[in-house]
Design a protein around this ligand. Structure first.
Ligand SMILES: *[C@@H]1O[C@H](CO)[C@@H](O)[C@H](O)[C@H]1NC(C)=O
Ligand SMILES: *[C@@H]1O[C@H](CO)[C@@H](O)[C@H](O)[C@H]1NC(C)=O
Ligand SMILES: *[C@@H]1O[C@H](CO)[C@@H](O)[C@H](O)[C@H]1NC(C)=O
Ligand SMILES: *[C@@H]1O[C@H](CO)[C@@H](O)[C@H](O)[C@H]1NC(C)=O
Ligand SMILES: *[C@@H]1O[C@H](CO)[C@@H](O)[C@H](O)[C@H]1NC(C)=O
Ligand SMILES: *[C@@H]1O[C@H](CO)[C@@H](O)[C@H](O)[C@H]1NC(C)=O
Ligand SMILES: *[C@@H]1O[C@H](CO)[C@@H](O)[C@H](O)[C@H]1NC(C)=O
Ligand SMILES: *[C@@H]1O[C@H](CO)[C@@H](O)[C@H](O)[C@H]1NC(C)=O
Length: 445
């Protein structure tokens, strides 16, 4: 693809600047905690319940799910697990008779797939490693498994905490802190009439950084409006044009590339649980897997309406349980959202100008693979805030957009459909709407 070198540099610069900060101002307390509760001591170790809580407002863990890893402090082994499994057994040749489930110094553990026999399950397990965002479904934003550890300490003074926790979910991006002993968790018995407590508890906190996850954004934003027929497309190479990523030019291309892609997958794909399939993108100037289009659709006296369309350009991915976060000063006055669910994202010290959108269950909570069904859309009706509302200077377009918790590349600064000069500033009349609509129709006729 021929692109002026300067613009590529600019885009890369812009992309780097926007994702370099690990701290997420829209979700300052977002993290994932991994909690180990020792439930019993055994002759050579302990049995622990491990609970993974996703406290991130809008970043879920999608297919192929989480992988949790750590390094044992001494020569610990995993005798058995319930609700999850280590991806490799490792070298257990020093054992006779009972063979452990895993003897590796650095085990990697993944969730079981749905539908495993009942006796291999525990609460909150077995969802293929998929964990919703806390803001989307707080009750389901948790995963758990049980691990029986051998050749370990057998009292709270001799047990050594595992070190160097890692969390993949489903790609890189998370960094985990050290395990810390915290006050023992208190549990309520099922009849809620008695409290029990863990013999010992330790916590690990993991935080996400988009910069660590990938060099380029994974989505981009485009703009259009009713008052100007110009469409501002996604920035060129917004998601990187480097490498010789094959891309699909036509439907007929899909099959050929799908076959070629299989080889790629074996070479680069992750080995566990099927692995994240390498993207197979439709050829676009932006080369992003996902585009978010914001159209300023209608102007009423007291309200205005924006249409949001998400388009999937990846032939290898159905984004199940997708989330969209948008920041715009008028989002604190949402009156109605059509065909998406939404929640305000309120973070301490910031104004209430951010909203999270997500699909309706069984209707559009899945953004289908690229193709005729690879899009979802919604309209948002907002009440004008008289002090700030204007169509001038691109005010009606979002300031920031996140898809699945990753910040999307915005069009270059100062590119937005201009309000025609003739129109009075903030009062585009009904006549102007009609004129603009006519212009639009004429332009396409
Ligand atoms: C992790 O998130 C929880 C919930 O938002 C918060 O209470 C806790 O302070 C966070 N932990 C860290 C280390 O940021
Ligand atoms: C440990 O993690 C649990 C659950 O993830 C959380 O409720 C608790 O507040 C954490 N404790 C500390 C001291 O961070
Ligand atoms: C921690 O894990 C990382 C990545 O798995 C590895 O590079 C590093 O050497 C490990 N550190 C220790 C102290 O085991
Ligand atoms: C260890 O157990 C003793 C009692 O056996 C208790 O007093 C102590 O608080 C425990 N320490 C921790 C860190 O849980
Ligand atoms: C996406 O979902 C559709 C329908 O459920 C299925 O036919 C298709 O194979 C899925 N595609 C991928 C890449 O998983
Ligand atoms: C934020 O805005 C939403 C409506 O968009 C409203 O329901 C919510 O109460 C507001 N929260 C605060 C703290 O202002
Ligand atoms: C918009 O929301 C803000 C904050 O929630 C509120 O103070 C203001 O009155 C609202 N404006 C309108 C026009 O509803
Ligand atoms: C529409 O917006 C573009 C900039 O995006 C501007 O160049 C053009 O003049 C505008 N058209 C009208 C009719 O104002």
């Amino acid at each position: 693809m021929e692109v002026p070198a300067g613009s590529v540099l600019l885009v890369i610069l812009a992309a780097t600047l926007s994702v370099a900060v690990a701290y997420d101002p829209l979700d300052p307390n977002g993290n994932i905690t991994i909690k180990w509760d020792v439930m019993s001591w055994t002759p050579d170790g302990y049995v622990a319940m491990v609970t993974i809580n996703n406290y991130q407002m809008y970043r879920h863990i999608m297919v192929p799910g989480w992988t949790v890893g750590w390094t044992w402090a001494k020569r610990e082994v995993i005798w058995s697990m319930v609700g999850a499994q280590a991806t490799e057994q490792g070298d257990c040749s020093r054992f006779k008779g009972n063979i452990p489930h895993c003897c590796k110094k650095t085990p990697a553990v993944v969730d079981l797939l749905p539908g495993v026999p009942y006796n291999q399950q525990i609460a909150n397990c077995c969802r293929g490693g998929v964990v919703p965002a806390y803001g989307q479904d707080p009750a389901a934003a948790v995963a758990a498994f049980q691990v029986s550890v051998g050749q370990a300490g057998t009292t709270n003074r001799t047990v050594k905490l595992p070190k160097n926790f890692t969390l993949l979910g489903p790609g890189p991006g998370y960094t985990c802190g050290p395990a810390k002993v915290v006050p023992s968790t208190v549990f309520l018995t099922p009849d809620r009439r008695r409290k029990t407590q863990a013999l010992m508890t330790w916590n690990v906190t993991c935080t996400y950084s988009q910069h660590l996850a990938s060099k380029y954004p994974s989505c981009c934003v485009s703009f259009s409006s009713f008052y100007n027929e110009t469409i501002i497309p996604c920035a060129k190479c917004a998601c990187g044009c480097d490498g010789h990523k094959p891309c699909v030019r036509s439907e007929r291309d899909t099959k050929r590339l799908a076959v070629a892609g299989k080889h790629n997958e074996h070479a680069h794909g992750r080995t566990h649980a099927g692995g994240a399939a390498a993207a197979l993108l439709q050829c676009t100037t932006h080369m992003c897997p996902v585009r978010v289009h914001w159209h300023v659709k209608l102007n009423y006296k007291e309200y205005w309406r924006a249409k949001i369309t998400l388009t999937n350009f990846n032939y290898r991915m159905n984004y199940t349980g997708w989330t969209l976060v948008a920041q715009h000063p008028n989002l604190d006055n949402i009156t109605e959202v059509f065909s998406f669910d939404y929640k305000p994202v309120v973070s301490y010290g910031s104004i209430n100008d951010t909203a999270m959108f997500y699909g309706l269950k069984y209707f559009n909570d899945q953004l289908m693979e690229a193709g005729p069904h690879g899009n979802v859309q919604s309209e948002v009706l907002m009440r004008k805030d008289a002090r700030t509302f204007t169509f001038k200077q691109g005010w009606a377009f979002p300031r920031k957009v996140y898809f699945n918790g990753d910040e999307c590349a915005m069009p270059p600064p100062d590119s937005y459909p201009f309000l025609p000069n003739a129109a009075p500033a903030s009062l585009v009349s009904f006549a102007a709407v009609v004129v603009a609509a006519l212009m639009f129709i004429l332009a396409w006729a």
